[in-house]
Each structure stands twice: as C-alpha cells, then as structure tokens.
Design a protein around this ligand. Structure first.
Ligand SMILES: [Mg+2]
Length: 193
C-alpha cells in the first residue's frame, strides 16, 4: 500500500476567502471565510497535505505585485496557524494583461496543469485519492485532468456556475458541497473508509 500522504489542492478566492471585492489587492480585502480555519484543520488532521493553487491574473493586469501577494499570503498563513498551507502555487498569467512577461496564456493558469506539475515535482505525495476543491468549473477541470477527486463548493462563483453553466461542462465534479467546511467533513468521511 502506498504510504505517502495524499494532498488537497485548494483554490483561493471564493473557496477559502470571500471574493466580493473581485481582485484582492491588499490584506484589508483578504477575508478568510469564518469556517476556513476549522475546515483546513480538519483536513490536516486527516494527515493530508494542503496546497493552494491560485490564478492571480491581477499581476498580469497590473492590479497588484508579487510583493503585495506575498504580504497577503503571509497574513493568511499567520491567521491559519497550524492549519497553514504546506505550499502555495501562484499563476500570475493572463493573455489580456499588459505586464510583461505575464501577459501570455500559460499552462500554469488553471485549468492548465502547470501548478499541479510543480507540486508533483516539489512534493512526494500520492496523486490517486488526492482532492481538488474550488468554486469554479476551471477548478474542476483542473482537478479532473490531474486525476484528483473534485469538489465544487457553492461559495464564491460556485452557485452561479452550477445553476447556469453546468450544461456546458465537459467534466462533472465528483461532489458538490455548500462550502469548504462541508467539503472538509466529506473528505473526513471518505478518509475514514
Ligand atoms: Mg475561485
């Protein structure tokens, strides 16, 4: 039996924090959902690695810098404490941006698998049975293409994506959960089996 840990890949905006501001440009706009720490703590107790995989096209668009993002993420990690992410992967790219060299389409941008491949190179974990949680179809497509168990949360864009766009989906999420805490409780149950 594979003794390596499994991992949970998590989207950021609309999944662990509110995305009501659109682009989160500074720490004041970054608000973890009230249940985020509890949910991530549950996942850590299941002996799972936590990887954040976040599309941050705001860098290509010139809305904020890598330094701004680092400040936001260090605040986030501090708030999470023992439930902090084991690693954070960022895609700064967008074809419609103007900040070079990030104004290109790039495999690192979900649903491309660049960030997943980076995680595989950096960390020794068991892909089979690992998870992806996100609020957009692109998160589900990313997870499915990577061979992960996928959960669409209904926070952020999740409800709208499910209600109005699911006819267009080529991949279906394995599960749909009200929010990250419900998703974590589901994973807890699956891991106990
Ligand atoms: Mg999102």
């Amino acid at each position: 039996m594979d003794k390596r840990k499994k991992a949970v890949f998590l989207d950021r905006d609309g999944t662990i924090n509110s995305d009501e501001y659109g682009y989160v440009k500074d720490t004041h706009e970054f608000q973890l959902y009230s249940f985020a720490k509890k949910a991530l703590t549950k996942l850590k107790k299941c002996n799972l690695l936590l990887f954040l995989v976040t599309n941050q096209s705001g860098i290509a668009r010139g809305y904020y810098s890598f330094a701004d993002l680092a400040t936001i993420h260090s605040k986030m990690q501090n708030q999470l404490g023992e439930a902090a992410f084991d690693d954070i992967f960022i895609s700064p790219y967008h074809i419609q941006g103007f900040v070079k060299p990030y104004n290109i389409s790039h495999a690192d941008r979900k649903p491309g698998l660049g960030m997943f491949k980076q995680a595989v190179q950096k960390h020794d974990f068991q892909i089979k049975g690992s998870y992806m949680i996100g609020d957009k179809y692109t998160d589900i497509e990313f997870g499915k293409k990577a061979g992960l168990i996928t959960i669409l949360v209904q926070t952020g864009n999740g409800r709208e994506e499910f209600l109005f766009k699911r006819q267009e989906w080529s991949y279906k999420p394995d599960f749909i959960a009200d929010n990250l805490l419900v998703a974590a409780e589901l994973i807890e149950k699956l891991e106990k089996k």
